[in-house]
Design a binder for this molecule. Structure first.
Ligand SMILES: [Fe+2]
Ligand SMILES: [Fe+2]
Length: 180
């Protein structure tokens, strides 16, 4: 079981993988102001695997989501810009799981809409307006479980290929190895 320091280093390494310097800096600044709850608290039981129910569960979940997103990015041969935006969104998507200040004692169902609020805290120091695409991606990550509902469009060919790639690469243990 990895400790908090190791998990934070893993997440920061993934942020370093963002090619665009200004987007990379934005993500790093957001991680700096992310509440302690993001780094310390568990995910929701019943939705997430058991090893995410304890300390640092949201952090562990986030690393997994980033790695899975990058597998999909590889399979879809995404542009560098798309890969960057997807990486940033995956890193930040649950930072406000317990609120922008970590003020909620329980996970907040609307956490996907609160990342924008957290960015406002950076407002005086860093212009986050160029990163609207990242917020847009984050704000639909709850799919059909929240308003407005979002259903991804994936072709049958795409679904099978993605499933095959994910099964081939994803172990849940090994860090994602960038393939290009
Ligand atoms: Fe999540
Ligand atoms: Fe979430």
């Amino acid at each position: 079981m990895k400790n908090k320091k190791q998990l934070i280093e893993e997440l920061e390494a993934r942020a370093q993988g963002i090619q665009d310097p200004s987007l990379r800096e934005f993500v790093q600044r957001m991680l700096e102001i992310a509440p302690d709850a993001f780094y310390n608290l568990p995910t929701t039981k019943g939705v997430h695997p058991k090893d995410e129910h304890g300390k640092h569960g949201v952090l562990l979940h986030t690393i997994r989501v980033v790695d899975l997103a990058l597998i999909i990015a590889d399979a879809a041969d995404m542009s560098v810009e798309d890969r960057d935006n997807l990486t940033a969104a995956a890193i930040l998507h649950d930072t406000c799981y317990y609120g922008p200040l970590g003020e909620s004692p329980t996970p907040m169902i609307e956490h996907h809409l609160l990342v924008r609020k957290m960015a406002e805290l950076l407002g005086k120091f860093l212009d986050y307006s160029p990163f609207e695409r990242v917020f847009e991606i984050i704000e639909t990550h709850m799919g059909r479980r929240f308003e407005p509902p979002f259903t991804p469009t994936v072709s049958l060919k795409g679904a099978l290929h993605l499933a095959d790639c994910i099964c081939s690469v994803w172990s849940g243990k090994a860090p994602y190895q960038r393939r290009r």
